[in-house]
Design a protein around this ligand. Structure first.
Ligand SMILES: [Fe+2]
Length: 361
């Protein structure tokens, strides 16, 4: 357990303290705030301009080859053009998803003292549990979010001792969701493999297969923010994962950087939002895109999202463009690296960028 002095400030306690202006650590740099309007709810309703594609997976395993082909092509095209999509008819029952959301909300609806019993301790490497970002970047900037982070699959790699004991259905609902989501990940990876002209099990194997691919769940809790035009729930980034699957409580906040502009994702009922992460971008030699995105916050409603990152093991696998997709005309765009090295490289780049922007400001 961390001592109080080492612990990050809980954004929830700041938000409920009645402050009218946010502490300076939460005020983002001007260049990070481009495209942030005053009303995310209005932006979510916008019908003009490019929209995150919605992919209906109903026909993905249909016996009729024409239906199957059309469905698969839509997914492949969305992965190439956007790298993010709303999946509908994904096969995970609505009532299971409702249970997952209910237990996550119930955990966060407890008093902060109860949640602190699950506090992580980032300084000593205990990253699973309840947490908030520590000001460890060069610019010292923080995000307007608290979270609960834990590994949910494979089952033998879980540490159930740190999972919430309240509510009582937390473990049952989250475990079943993890099993079903793992199946969906296999289906998606198969289609993406076929889209590269590879046999269907190839990407699954490249990211570690059933035994090594790690599903990490992060429940993000974004409290209401008195100055949403100055803050970010999550700063702009691309996901390092292979795939990321996201549920949310129908409060808008996700923005995608598409063709030079920030696009607000719609809240599509009964959908799972899916990102292609850097890992698949690297393996596919850039054919599938890992899109830049960020999370914005608002004054009116708490936003909660449930992100599951499907990550290869840190050191066991070398990530590089699959040889079959590299040609003379399309040479490898990425140097070989482990997943751990990829993360380190990104953190290093970010630290350098932060230092540069600090000098500028
Ligand atoms: Fe992300």
């Amino acid at each position: 357990m961390a001592t109080i002095s080492e612990q990050a400030t809980r954004v929830e306690s700041l938000a409920s303290s009645g402050i009218q202006s946010i502490p300076k650590e939460y005020i983002r740099l001007q260049e990070e705030l481009t495209g942030i309007g005053n009303d995310i709810f209005e932006e979510e309703k916008q019908q003009e301009g490019p929209q995150v594609p919605t992919i209906d997976l109903k026909g993905i395993n249909f016996a009729n080859p024409e239906v199957r082909k059309k469905c698969r092509e839509e997914l492949i095209n969305a992965a190439k053009s956007w790298g993010v999509m709303h999946l509908v008819n994904h096969g995970i029952p609505d009532d299971l998803i409702a249970r997952v959301k209910k237990v996550g909300e119930a955990f966060f609806n407890q008093p902060i003292q109860e949640k602190e019993k699950y506090a992580n301790d980032q300084a000593s490497g205990q990253i699973q549990g309840y947490g908030s970002k520590l000001a460890n970047s060069a610019s010292g900037q923080l995000e307007w979010v608290d979270y609960f982070f834990h590994l949910i699959y494979p089952e033998d790699k879980r540490d159930l001792s740190i999972w919430p004991k309240t509510p009582s259905d937390y473990i049952g609902a989250t475990s079943e969701y993890a099993r079903q989501l793992r199946g969906l990940a296999t289906t998606v990876l198969s289609v993406l493999s076929l889209g590269l002209g590879l046999e269907e099990g190839r990407l699954e194997k490249e990211v570690g297969g059933l035994e090594e691919l790690l599903l990490q769940m992060k429940i993000n809790y974004y409290p209401k923010c008195p100055q949403p035009e100055l803050a970010l729930g999550v700063e702009a980034h691309t996901d390092v994962s292979s795939l990321t699957f996201i549920l949310h409580n129908m409060v808008p906040g996700l923005q995608l950087f598409y063709e030079g502009k920030w696009v607000t994702a719609k809240c599509v009922p009964d959908s799972i939002l899916m990102h292609i992460g850097d890992t698949i971008e690297i393996l596919s030699n850039g054919k599938y895109k890992s899109i830049l995105h960020r999370g914005v916050v608002n004054k009116e409603k708490v936003r909660i999202s449930w992100a599951v990152f499907c990550e290869p093991p840190r050191e066991k696998i070398i990530l590089q463009p699959i040889s079959e997709v590299v040609t003379e005309a399309e040479p490898a765009l990425f140097h070989p690296r482990t997943f751990g090295q990829h993360i380190e490289h990104k953190l290093f780049r970010k630290a350098q960028d932060d230092l540069l922007s600090k000098k500028k400001s």
